[in-house]
Design a protein. Sequence first.
Length: 90
Amino acid sequence: MDDLTRKKITSRLARIEGQVKGISKMVDADRYCIDILTQTSAVVSALKGVEELLMEHHLHSCVSHAMQQDDPHEKNVKIKEVMDIITRFC
């Protein structure tokens, strides 16, 4: 993984970690349920952003590399991986 992508992902994960800790404090403080749900929704959205960055990186690096190879098995493996992960997300 290139340094820029790693930095973006690490930064987002650190922010998400802080959000999760904040949610835990909200629960401990017996905050209003809707407020907590709003924050959990923000975390889910932030994680989806991390997933998108990772998928984009994977497509541009691992999948792209496999498609340039002469090995049809490797191409099929990468296509199956991508299809499996898309199915899991949808």
